[in-house]
Design a protein around this ligand. Structure first.
Ligand SMILES: Nc1nc2c(ncn2[C@@H]2O[C@@H]3COP(=O)(O)O[C@H]3[C@H]2O)c(=O)[nH]1
Ligand SMILES: [Zn+2]
Length: 481
């Protein structure tokens, strides 16, 4: 494809479509004058990831990512092209006018943040193709308030766009790469999840109320290394994926699916970045308020219902009393179940009922719902390595932050958070062996189809970190005199 084709393609897409551009290894690239030069071998490709609901004309082509177009970047610089247009204007006005209009149209796209920021996924060819995105730094010049308002504006602007079928399908899998999406985009995807599970119709939720609710949830996650809005998104997306993969839509009532998804969304609201042990040892306000009983989880849940108490955010507003009680009770149970101090208690209950599991048994269903939220909560290692590994870095950052504070304040130091005692591989091999594998295997017994989706990647991760641990021990041994 020559360069004009690309401009033409972008211009033809019109303002109603959101485009992303990828390099030949599948990573998203920003369309900017600093774009690296490429060749026919290392092509770029443009892809439509979402379209305006009102747009009549189909975008580029729905399968545009299969149209591998490459274009020389030296001529991809708009100012250069523009000056060329001006220079050549007199010679062949028709072609140049057409070109100029393409440039103008494309420039509008470049200038609108949303178009640039929609970064892609479609990493269905295995780990190799996954780009190593890591947590993005915040825009330093904006205050928290301004940043939130910007996210809100972007979210509302994008919320009427028709997210493509491919994105929707990808959203249902554990290989979804959260690092490629920014906050406003995640809010759109969360909205898609609520819509695609038919919650709006089933529970008479107005779209505007759902949007206000999702935005408030976003505002109530703190800017901390791990327990932030991205974590909330990942847990909710994993829950959404599990619901589809296990066909739970045909096994549980819609109201229970609603409880599970909303619990996942709210399960770490206003997490301060210091765990329950710290809260109790430091005698924080939360520990005092909740008498040392799961202070964080009680708080997350209370914040969730605080948000829901605002009429403009109350997605439970049009429910019957009975439905409201069911949802509130379910959410409280599911969110409180995420306290890892209760891990064995809940897993053992599930182990007992799993062989005779009955989807019509209320008690069985309640345990399963807790297990599903717990699995989603600690499911990073079920994701491709390139997605999971940055999460471990974030977690260790939060752990080390806590243990440093504990040392400073003279509080007992939590051993698995101590930077002098744990390393990346040691932390992960233990966690996978003693927590993830036992939990994930038990759920896989009930849903054998999950073997490939959550168990196999976790086994691969165990091998990866065991190798890393051996290698680092070998190095240690080699450097010892
Ligand atoms: N070592 C390790 N711990 C994890 C991982 N994912 C979750 N956890 C822990 O599991 C806990 C689940 O509840 P929290 O969110 O309180 O804190 C989480 C972490 O302490 C992981 O990938 N590795
Ligand atoms: Zn969590």
């Amino acid at each position: 494809m020559c360069e004009t084709d690309v401009f033409r393609a972008a211009a033809e897409a019109g303002p109603h479509h959101i485009l992303k551009m990828y390099n030949s290894s599948g990573s998203v690239v920003n369309i900017s004058p600093r774009l690296e030069a490429n060749s026919e071998r290392s092509y770029y490709r443009l892809e439509v990831v979402a379209s305006d609901l009102q747009s009549e004309r189909p975008p580029l082509s729905v399968r545009v990512r299969r149209t591998h177009c490459w274009f020389p970047v030296s001529t991809f610089r708009l100012h250069h092209l523009e000056s060329k247009v001006m220079e050549d204007m007199g010679k062949s006005p028709d072609i140049m006018c057409e070109l100029k209009s393409h440039v103008e149209s494309f420039k509008r796209k470049l200038e609108s943040v949303e178009h640039l920021s929609w970064m892609g996924l479609f990493k269905d060819d295995g780990d190799q193709q996954l780009s190593k995105f890591s947590p993005k730094p915040k825009t330093p010049q904006l205050s928290v308030q301004e940043e939130r308002q910007q996210v809100r504006r972007k979210f509302l602007n994008m919320s009427s766009l028709q997210v493509t079928e491919e994105v929707r399908e990808h959203l249902k899998t554990p290989i979804f790469d959260n690092w490629q999406w920014e906050e406003a985009e995640m809010l759109v995807l969360l909205q898609v999840m609520y819509m695609d599970l038919d919650f709006l119709t089933a529970f008479h939720i107005e779209l505007e109320v759902l949007q206000n609710f999702l935005f408030e949830v976003y505002c109530h996650y703190n800017n901390i290394p791990f327990h932030n809005f991205q974590h909330c998104f990942c847990v909710t997306q994993m829950m959404y994926g599990l619901i589809w993969l296990t066909d739970l839509r045909n096994k549980l009532g819609r109201i229970d699916l609603f409880v599970m998804l909303t619990s996942a969304l709210c399960h770490d609201l206003d997490h301060p970045g210091y765990n329950n042990v710290y809260q109790i040892n430091a005698q924080t306000d939360l520990a005092l308020r909740y008498n040392d009983i799961s202070p964080l989880e009680n708080h997350h849940c209370a914040v969730a219902f605080g948000i829901l108490s605002k009429p403009e955010c109350n997605i439970l507003n049009n429910l019957t009393c009975e439905q409201y009680k069911h949802i509130r009770g379910g959410m409280i149970r599911c969110i409180l179940a995420t306290d890892m101090a209760r891990h064995n208690e809940i897993l053992n209950k599930f182990k007992l009922i799993q062989p005779v599991f009955d989807f019509t048994n209320k008690e069985h269903k309640e345990v399963l719902m807790k297990i599903m939220v717990k699995v989603s909560d600690i499911s990073n290692e079920a994701r491709p390595m390139a997605v999971a590994e940055p999460w471990l870095d974030c977690l260790l950052q939060e752990f080390f932050n806590q243990s440093d504070t504990e040392k400073l304040k003279g509080l007992p130091v939590t051993p698995f958070m101590d930077r002098d005692k744990v390393s990346k591989p040691s932390s992960q091999t233990s966690f996978i062996r003693f927590v993830l594998l036992p939990l994930f295997s038990e759920l896989t017994k009930l849903f054998p189809c999950l073997e490939q989706h959550i168990l196999e990647p976790v086994r691969r991760a165990l091998k990866y970190y065991s190798d890393m641990e051996r290698a680092s021990k070998g190095e240690e041994g080699a450097t010892k005199p």
